[in-house]
Design a protein around this ligand. Structure first.
Ligand SMILES: Nc1nc2c(c(=O)[nH]1)N[C@H]1C(S)=C(S)[C@@H](COP(=O)(O)O)O[C@H]1N2
Ligand SMILES: [Mo]
Length: 404
C-alpha cells in the first residue's frame, strides 16, 4: 500500500495532468487522505468531555451526533459533533495564545490576547447552525470518497464573540484587500500534509454575522470546538469556521492553498450559491453558503406504527439565513403534500423545529417525506445534486413506516 506521503505527492503531481470532472474527483480523494478509516456500522465512542458519539475516525477525531440529540433548540455542547482534518490538535494555554492579524493588504499588523478581544470590542451572540458540508455524504449514490457522515455532522448553538470587522477595523485595511485568510493551531502529523487554511472574500469577512467567537452555549468554547476562539461564518458551511484560530491575514491576492483551490469545491453553476469571485476556476467554485434542507428526527426507516392512532412527525429545517418559509409533508410517497407547523424561530441562522400530525387510516406501508422551502425561493430537490466530494446533500428524505 502506498503511504500517505507518497499518495499526496502522486495526487498533486497528477492533478496537473487531469481536467474537468476528474480533477474534482481527484481532489475529493486527496482531501480524504487525512481521514481514511472507513465505517462499517455506527460505533459509539467517547472523546474526553463528550457524551458517546458516532465515531467516524479517531485520528483525526471525527464524531457525529446521534439524532436523538436534535430535539432541543440548541445542541448540547457535550453531544455536538466534532470534525478535524488534522490529528495534531494542541491543548492551548491561553497565557501563550495570541491572535495575530497581518497580511500584505493591511498597514498595521496587530495581535490580541483573549482578554483584549473580550474587553475591547462589542460582544454579540448569534444562534447559528454549524453544518459540515459533507453531512449526509453517505447517502450519495454512487458512493463518494470522504468521511461517510450520516445526518449528524451538524449542530445548532449560541455563539458569543466579537465581530471580525470590528477587530479588522483597528488594523487599517488597504483598498487592495481581496480576501481574508484564517489559520488555526492544529496541523498534520506529516509535514507534507497541507495545513488547514481557509479564506473568505473580503465582503463576507466584513459581514456583521462573521464573528470571532469565544463562547458556545453560554460557556467558554471547549477544546473540541476550538478553544480559545473560532470563526463563525453564519450561513456558510462550517469548513470556514476555523477552530483554535490564531492567524488572520488580509490579502490582496487570492489565497493559494490546497484547502481553497483543490478541496471544498463544487462544479460551477450547479448550485444557486453566494459567490467567491476571487477563487473561481474554469470548472469549479468554492463551496459557500448552506442549501435549504430538512430532517425527520423522530421516526426511522422501517419503524412500526399502530393504525388509527395519531402519529406525530418531528423534524428540523434550515437554510443559509434567508429563513424557512415552510415545510411540507407527504405521507403518500409525494403524491400530496400538507404543511407542517413551524415551531419557535430562534433567528435566521438557527435551524427551526417543525411538527406534523397524521392518523394512518389503514395498515400498510407509508412513504413519509419532508420538504423545506426558504425565502430565497429555493426548495429541496428530490434527488441530490451529484458532485465528486459529496457536499450539500439536501435531497428530500423519504422514510417508510409500517402501520400494523
Ligand atoms: N482548525 C480547524 N478548524 C476547523 C476544521 C479543522 O479541521 N481545523 N474543520 C472545519 C470543518 S470542515 C467543520 S465541519 C467544523 C466542525 O466544527 P465542530 O468540530 O466544532 O463541530 O470545523 C471547521 N473548523
Ligand atoms: Mo466540514
Amino acid at each position: 500500500m502506498m503511504n500517505r506521503r507518497g499518495f499526496i505527492k502522486k495526487t498533486v503531481a497528477s492533478l496537473v495532468a487531469l481536467s474537468g470532472w476528474s480533477v474534482l474527483q481527484h481532489a475529493a480523494l486527496a482531501a480524504n487522505l487525512v481521514a481514511t478509516d472507513s465505517k462499517e456500522s455506527p460505533i459509539l465512542d467517547t472523546l474526553e468531555g463528550k457524551k458517546p458519539l458516532i465515531k467516524q475516525t479517531f485520528r483525526p477525531p471525527n464524531y457525529e451526533t446521534p439524532i436523538n440529540y436534535f430535539d432541543t433548540a440548541f445542541t448540547p455542547t457535550d453531544a455536538f459533533f466534532v470534525r478535524y482534518h488534522h490529528a495534531q490538535i494542541p491543548e492551548i494555554d491561553v497565557k501563550d495564545w495570541r491572535l495575530h492579524i497581518g497580511g500584505d493588504a493591511l498597514s498595521k499588523p496587530l495581535e490580541f490576547t483573549l482578554e483584549q478581544l473580550r474587553h475591547e470590542f462589542e460582544t454579540v451572540e448569534i444562534a447559528a447552525l454549524c453544518l459540515c458540508a459533507g453531512n449526509r455524504r453517505s447517502l450519495f449514490q454512487p458512493p463518494v470518497a470522504g468521511v461517510q457522515w450520516g445526518s449528524g455532522a451538524m449542530g445548532n448553538a449560541r455563539w458569543r464573540g466579537v465581530r471580525l470587522r470590528d477587530v479588522l477595523a483597528r488594523a487599517n485595511i488597504d483598498k487592495t484587500a481581496l480576501e481574508v485568510r484564517f489559520d488555526g493551531a492544529d496541523s498534520g502529523i506529516l509535514r507534507t500534509t497541507p495545513d488547514f487554511i481557509k479564506s473568505l472574500p473580503l465582503a463576507k469577512a466584513l459581514d456583521e454575522n462573521t464573528l470571532i467567537a469565544f463562547e458556545m452555549n453560554g460557556e467558554p468554547l471547549p477544546h473540541w470546538h476550538g478553544f480559545p476562539v473560532r470563526l463563525i461564518v453564519a450561513g456558510w458551511v462550517a469548513t470556514y469556521w476555523i477552530k483554535h484560530l490564531n492567524a488572520i491575514n488580509v490579502l490582496s491576492k487570492p489565497a493559494n492553498n490546497f484547502w481553497m483551490q483543490t478541496a471544498y469545491r463544487l462544479p460551477k453553476d450547479k448550485f444557486n450559491a453566494e459567490q467567491c469571485d476571487s477563487q473561481v476556476s474554469e470548472i469549479t467554485v468554492p463551496i459557500t453558503d448552506i442549501v435549504v434542507n430538512s430532517l425527520i428526527t423522530n421516526l426511522t426507516d422501517g419503524q412500526l406504527i399502530t393504525a388509527l392512532k395519531p402519529v406525530e412527525l418531528k423534524g428540523l429545517a434550515w437554510d443559509a439565513g434567508d429563513g424557512i418559509t415552510g415545510v411540507e409533508i407527504s405521507t403518500d410517497a409525494g403524491n400530496s403534500w400538507q404543511s407542517a407547523a413551524l415551531m419557535q424561530n430562534h433567528g435566521r441562522f438557527s435551524w427551526r423545529h417543525w411538527r406534523y400530525s397524521f392518523t394512518p387510516k389503514a395498515a400498510g406501508e407509508y412513504a413519509v417525506m419532508a420538504r423545506a422551502s426558504s425565502h430565497s425561493g429555493m426548495t429541496q430537490p428530490l434527488v441530490a445534486v451529484a458532485n465528486p466530494s459529496g457536499y450539500h446533500h439536501n435531497a428530500v428524505q423519504k422514510i417508510t413506516i409500517k402501520v400494523v
